[in-house]
Design a protein around this ligand. Sequence first.
Ligand code: BGC
Length: 261
Amino acid sequence: MPHKILKNMKTKKILGIDVGGSGIKGAVVNTKTGEMQSDRYRIETPVGAKPDDVAGIIETICQKFSWEGPIGVGFPAVVQHGVAKTAANIDKSFIGLNVEKLITARTNCPVKVVNDADAAGFAEMKFGAGVDKSGVVVLITVGTGIGTVIFSDGKLLPNTELGHIIMPGDREAEPYACDATRKKLELSWEQWALRFNEYLHYIEDLFWPDLFIIGGGVSKHENKIFSHFDVRTKIVPAQLLNNAGIIGAAIAAKQAFKDID
Ligand code: BGC
């Protein structure tokens, strides 16, 4: 079936969608300015996050905006050429599934799917804390999972998955230091920050970044956590907060479909 008439293709407007562990969020993004041109629409992620349910919610978000045009999706898994390769916090049946095709079939719009942290990284580098930052920038998003992004002189190394790295003491970083664990174990901000600080030390000793950018839900709590970090690397909170995933997904779609108009 041919795609709908792509009336938004030339206007730089793209529907950005961020699939997260607790919510699926979307907004219309002006990819030239990085601004969201609509309210953010959020629907709870369905329990178990199965492919048809997730695709159904994306279709609902699309309908909410009467959307006919390109869609960018940030997805919480390794994504290669539209296919999900891992499923840490979503249903395992996503593994091997072409998520791009699944969502295209539901929405009849051209769809680009990328890893959610990579999407957040695009947005922060273009419009947020990473603007004009050269050298090695490591962005870490902390939420239900831990997502990681590495940029070297502005160029992304995709799907890095350093949230699943095994730290000394046989501790996997994500279950040890993600925000879901902070909530589940009712850790104080200080207790959580000290755990995360251990993770930051491990990452900086392996990758020697010039800059850490910390994103995701915890980035709103800069004043409660940053004083507990003692890494040698410069460290700043993300600037686009929870909108980075939406904005970055739209940027990824813009890059993918740049030849269409
Ligand atoms: C996934 C990553 C994702 C991160 C944040 C991890 O569990 O493996 O692909 O970027 O969570 O959602």
